[in-house]
Design a binder for this molecule. Sequence first.
Ligand code: HAM
Length: 429
Amino acid sequence: METIQGIRGMPDVLPENTKAWQYFEQCWSRVVHAYGYEEIRLPLVESTHLFKRSIGEVTDIVEKEMFSFETNDGESLSLRPEGTAGCVRAGIEHHLLYHQVRRLWYSGPMFRYERPQKGRYRQFSQVGIEAFGLDGPDIDVEQITLTHRLWKLLRLQSAVTLQINSLGSPESRARYRETLVDYFSKQEKFLDEDSKRRLKTNPLRILDSKNPALQELILGAPKSHDYLDSESQAHFEAFQQGLSDQQIAFELNPQLVRGLDYYNRTVYEWCTDKLGAQGAVCAGGRYDGLVGQLGGSPTPGVGFALGVERVLLLQEALGGREQASLDCYVLHLGDKASSAAWRFSERLRDASSNLSVVVHCGGGSFKQQFKKADKSGAKVALIFGEEEVNANKVGIKFLREQRDQAVMAEVDAIAFLTDYIRGKINESN
Ligand code: HAM
């Protein structure tokens, strides 16, 4: 019988890879917590209309990449291609944004019907943040500082560079649009079919084209920062000053327009040259008009989303992924030692909810159990033999470093292990 395969571009994450995902998720939770962001959980499916109105009718995402379907009663729904639109929709619907400052984060699968290749999937995972009610450049800087901290935790800071641009106000963007139409119309014979179409519908998108034959033309195009209104100019300068104050390096990229229509003023991407064409690992910017455009009272917004698969691929390309590894593997021999081992492990888990502890199951000699302990990746093996149990003690063998085996009273062992493991976590950061 023919076996049924998974869907193209919607990869499984197998147990050997989930540790790296968990480690990433732990780091993410730490940074969003550190900056006071609150989690919001959003549905995977929204009205198609929402994405058309927010991302824009004439964007690759809406034109070609949405998984849309009709319900039995004729309503068009779509799997979410990104999280900002749903977050704004939920914020308006539940009155989270009215005259309030909100810092929100979300995570989960997104869906885009793109041609699958390494780093580009039809189902992929994003983590993202959105802040509402703040229009100054300080919050833009805060969000970039947050990502910068995440790169440090993941040891990726030297593999990513920050590119920034400003798209200005809707009025300055309209002026810039006219100039671009003028420029590209004069060169129309050199444009590909996609760009000719975009010249009429959404000329800024031409700057986003990846067609190598167009790159020279694009490089020669007028630059958005020459058309900025004075307020956006001041905002952009203060933003750059804020980044410099935080000692975060950046590059100005006047071609950076982003593939979604809701942006104004600050836009940015964290890029790497280690993942070929899928070099954007994290991207975002301001969308001060979006809440109003979706029916809420005008509220500024700014945020970003990060592609988790790309970040994990980048870690792999750099020669190794951080893993959420096991802390303790507990060995025991004989009935009395076994019950002491189970009891002790529960006390250890009570003492620190951060500790991961596996008690050996299935019997076998100490030699066989040590092999399992080694293979488990645990930092230490805790040994309960007859001798230890009769003395109310625990043996501690360090599996990942040269250090003499220790024997301690149970109560001391608990204090020691919580400190030791915490120390290891701090060391690895
Ligand atoms: P985006 O640039 O479309 O922005 O996506 C953000 C990130 O998601 C990309 O930089 C990339 O890492 C990842 N990504 C996008 N498409 C794929 C794919 N097919 N396969 C794997 N990874 C992918 C947004 O989605 C905006 N909502 C970001 C934002 C939040 N702006 C303001 N707030």
